[in-house]
Design a protein around this ligand. Structure first.
Ligand code: COA
Length: 151
């Protein structure tokens, strides 16, 4: 497996991965293209045998913080440690760019993902009741979670 930066030729595979990983409200192709083309964004693509099996992308939020816009792993590989590798890489990327806080939003009913972020030191700081347009497990709400990064 290799980790590398996004290239435009990855877009189709990422759209597919996103659809498989997020049962409700995956990013569309145009949203993904926009995020990857946003100035200041940074990302890691996990590739195995020429196939994209995971990705993570972050955007600067303000001078001190960057936001994890999306992280996804091929569902066939869940619970195999790849998500942890990707989140560690993006946090290193944030530190390299002198960000002090990693921020993200996660669906409030998505226990599995909340669990994942908690394990990585994230703490829920705000509840956003109508953050998403689509309902998942009866809710449109999100938690904003934050982690103070350390060198
Ligand atoms: C969230 C996600 C990126 C985690 O990637 P992963 O490769 O499965 O994660 P890891 O194997 O590194 O898991 C690390 C820890 O997270 C927690 N975790 C991960 N998946 C979990 C699940 N389904 N249920 C409960 N805890 C879970 C566990 O504590 C796990 O450690 P353990 O396996 O030793 O118990 C992946 O499940 C995914 O792509 N989900 C769909 C997209 C998504 O939800 N993205 C984030 C939400 S915004």
């Amino acid at each position: 497996m290799i980790f590398r930066e996004y290239e435009p030729r990855d877009l189709d595979s990422i759209v597919e991965l996103e659809k498989r990983a997020f049962p409700v409200g995956p990013y569309t192709r145009s949203m993904l293209r926009k995020i990857f083309n946003t100035k200041g964004s940074f990302n890691f693509i996990a590739e195995e045998n020429g196939k994209v099996i995971g990705y993570v992308i972050a955007l600067p939020l303000d001078e001190k913080s960057a936001d994890i816009e999306s992280i996804a792993v091929d569902p066939d590989l869940h619970r195999g440690g790849l998500g942890s590798k990707l989140i560690r890489l993006i946090e290193e990327g944030m530190l390299k760019r002198s960000f002090q806080y990693s921020v993200l939003e996660v669906r409030d009913m998505y226990e599995e993902a909340i669990n994942f972020y908690r394990k990585h030191g994230y703490v829920a700081v705000t509840h956003l009741p109508s953050y998403y347009t689509q309902v998942f497990r009866g809710s449109r709400g999100a938690y904003r979670m934050v982690k103070k990064l350390h060198d």
